[in-house]
Design a protein around this ligand. Structure first.
Ligand code: COA
Length: 280
């Protein structure tokens, strides 16, 4: 659907772009003409992703940085812009999360997730935003949220707090920075089977049940998220700001609906039961 030059002229930084959804977006953007910058904590996956993009004919650069440290973020931005030119877009993708009972969390456990997700997103968004404001150039920030940004969620409480904060940041800055031509949007994914997420968030034996939680009966595919992200970076979405698009196969609606679980019962059986309840 997208023309090969859909993103040409753009230079997009994807935090945590060496693995999972970050890598899927980085590869898709590069395949559609964007120059792609990635950073993360571990060099090996970053190098691997850049190599794959270059082999496919794209332009990419990587550097190591811990998103929790504003100085490391600044240093990374300078190195990446030196190599690729000025950034025009940012994807706040880097995240940290794990399943844990909240009463057992240490201070450090809570702090480490919030530092990565909320402070890390702030560090990068502010640093990139300042550059755009100083230069008088527009820009687009896309943050990867989650469907529990609004509801909170048991057993991932630190992540829920941090993502709710990123949602508030997105909407606050969409208004505050609109005058600079800076847009901020979000994607709220449901479950996407990446090694990073599923190794931490999918307990053994829950896979089939988790698939059924969505009306579509399956998980998302990383390229599906990359396509939505591409649309949001394309000129077609130029009027959209402060918006969050949910991409979860209808999962959160089903689980919030009073009678949504009835769709898990074989339809013939459900129809027979409903027919039996109908007044004669
Ligand atoms: N349950 C409870 N506590 C946990 C935990 C778990 N599964 N995993 C880590 N912690 C605690 C640690 O015990 C430590 O606390 P302590 O010092 O009081 O013992 C604290 O969290 C920090 O852990 P550490 O491994 O030192 O931090 P880190 O900064 O290296 O890693 C994490 C950060 C914990 C978020 C790690 O999971 C990570 O690096 N994640 C990045 C990728 C990711 O999460 N992807 C999925 C996104 S959906």
């Amino acid at each position: 659907m997208f023309k090969e030059n859909t993103l040409s002229g753009q230079t997009i930084l994807v935090t945590g772009g060496g693995t999972g959804l970050g890598r899927a977006m980085a590869e898709r953007f590069a395949g559609l003409g964007a120059k792609v910058a990635i950073f993360g904590r571990r060099s090996a996956p970053l190098e691997d992703t850049v190599e794959a993009i270059r082999k496919a004919g794209g332009t990419a650069a990587q550097t190591s940085a811990d998103i929790r440290d504003p100085e490391q973020v600044e240093g990374a931005l300078s190195r990446l812009e030196e190599e690729l030119g000025e950034l025009t877009g940012l994807v706040n993708n880097a995240a940290g999360n794990f399943l844990a009972p909240s009463e057992d969390l240490s201070y450090n456990a809570f702090n480490s997730v919030v530092q990565i997700v909320l402070y890390g997103t702030f560090n990068t968004t502010q640093a990139v935003g300042r550059r755009w404001i100083e230069r008088g150039t527009p820009g687009h920030v896309l943050s990867i949220l989650t469907t529990y940004s609004w509801t909170g969620s048991a057993f991932v409480m630190p992540s829920a707090c941090a993502k709710a904060g990123v949602l508030a940041m997105t909407r606050s800055l969409a208004v505050e920075w609109g005058c600079y031509g800076i847009r901020l949007n979000g994607i709220a994914p449901g479950p996407f089977p990446t090694e990073g997420a599923f190794s931490r968030l999918m307990p053994k034996g829950f896979l089939e049940q988790a698939k059924k939680a969505s009306p579509l009966g399956r998980f998302g595919e990383p390229p599906e998220l990359a396509d939505l992200a591409t649309f949001l970076f394309s000129p077609m979405a130029a009027y959209m700001t402060g918006e969050v698009v949910t991409l979860d196969g209808g999962e959160w609606l089903k689980n919030g609906q009073e009678f949504g679980k009835f769709t898990d019962v074989p339809r013939d059986q459900m129809k027979a039961q409903m027919a039996a309840m109908k007044p004669k």
